[in-house]
Write a protein that binds this ligand. Structure first.
Ligand code: KIV
Length: 274
C-alpha cells in the first residue's frame, strides 16, 4: 500500500507516514525551474536545492562560497516548478553557525522569499539549540550528518566518515538528538552502510526518515545530485554514484550536430523559416 499524498503535495507528514509504512523516500537535487519541473513530474518526493549548487551551478571547488541570496534566487525557480514535491533548501555555510537568532532570521528569510517548505543544516549536537529554535518557530528541519561538505576544510577532504567507533557513536547520538528534537529527516552522507542501518533503526521510533547518499540501501530513502546521476558532471564517479543516464554525450552530440548544421547551412531549412 502506498502513502496517499493529500492535495498531491508532499509534506513532512507524508514523509513521516512513509517511514511508518516502510515506503522509501526519493530525493534529488534541483537548482532551476526546467529540470525541477521534470523531476517533479517524474514523482520524486523531495526536491533539494542543495548548496552543491555552489559546485554544479557556479563551478566553485566546494560549497562554502554560495550565499543566502544566491540560494533564495535558485530556490524560487524550483518552487515555481514543484506541483507535487516538497522543496527543501540548504542553509549555506555561515548562515546558521554564528548564533541561533541569526540562524532563525536567515531561515525565516529563506522560507518567506523563496517559498520553500523546509531547511537543511549540517551538524550534530553542537547545532542542536539552533535546530530547536527553528523547530519552535514552526520551520521543518532536516539534519545532515556524516560527510558534511561545509566542514571540508576541517576534514581535509571528502573521504568516508565514521569508520572509527568513537565517531560512529557520536553520529548515532547526534541522530537520535535530532530526531527527538523533531527533525523530520536526516541526510546520512558517506558513512558505512551498517552504521546507517543502525541510525535508521534508532530514529524510527521518532518517525524520522534517514536519507542516504553513499550510506547503503537500509536507509528510509536516497538522495543524489541530479547532474551526477544524469551523467552530466564530467567523469565524477565516486563508488556510491550510479549513472542513470549519460546526458553529457547526448548534450555534446546535439550541440555538435547543431554547429555542423549551421556551418553547412542545412539549419534552418525551408520549414523552419518565415
Ligand atoms: O548539497 C547537496 O546536494 C546535498 C546532498 C549531497 C545531500 O547536501
Amino acid at each position: 500500500m502506498s502513502v496517499h499524498v493529500q492535495n498531491n503535495k508532499v509534506t513532512t507528514q507524508t514523509i513521516r507516514q512513509k517511514v511508518e509504512a516502510g515506503e522509501k523516500v526519493t530525493v534529488l537535487t534541483a537548482y532551476d525551474f526546467t529540470l525541477a519541473r521534470l523531476v517533479d513530474e517524474a514523482g520524486i518526493d523531495i526536491l533539494l536545492v542543495g548548496d552543491s549548487a555552489s559546485n554544479i551551478v557556479c563551478g566553485n571547488q566546494d560549497t562554502l562560497p554560495i550565499t543566502v541570496d544566491e540560494m533564495i534566487f535558485l530556490t524560487k525557480g524550483v518552487v515555481r516548478a514543484a506541483q507535487h514535491a516538497m522543496v527543501l533548501i540548504d542553509m549555506p555555510f555561515g548562515s546558521y553557525q554564528i548564533s541561533k537568532e541569526e540562524a532563525l532570521r536567515n531561515a525565516v528569510r529563506m522560507l518567506k522569499e523563496s517559498g520553500c517548505d523546509a531547511v537543511k543544516l549540517e551538524g550534530g549536537e553542537e547545532i542542536l539549540p539552533t535546530v530547536k529554535h527553528m523547530l519552535q518557530a514552526g520551520i521543518p528541519v532536516c539534519a545532515h550528518l556524516g560527510l558534511t561538505p561545509q566542514s571540508v576544510n576541517q576534514f581535509g577532504g571528502y573521504s568516508l566518515r565514521a569508520k572509527e567507533e568513537a565517531e560512529a557513536e557520536k553520529l548515532l547520538n547526534d541522530a537520535v538528538l535530532m530526531a527527538k528534537a523533531g527533525c523530520f529527516a536526516i541526510v546520512l552522507e558517506k558513512i558505512p552502510a551498517a552504521l546507517a542501518q543502525r541510525v535508521t533503526k534508532a530514529v524510527e521510533p521518532y518517525h524520522c526518515a534517514t536519507i542516504g547518499i553513499g550510506a547503503g540501501n537500509q536507509t528510509s530513502g536516497q538522495v543524489l545530485v541530479l547532474h551526477d546521476m544524469l551523467g552530466l558532471n564530467g567523469g565524477f564517479k565516486p563508488k556510491f554514484l550510479r549513472y542513470f543516464a549519460n546526458l553529457a554525450e547526448v548534450v555534446k552530440g546535439a550541440v555538435q550536430n547543431y554547429a555542423q548544421a549551421v556551418k553547412d547551412s542545412s539549419f534552418p531549412n525551408k520549414n523552419e523559416q518565415y
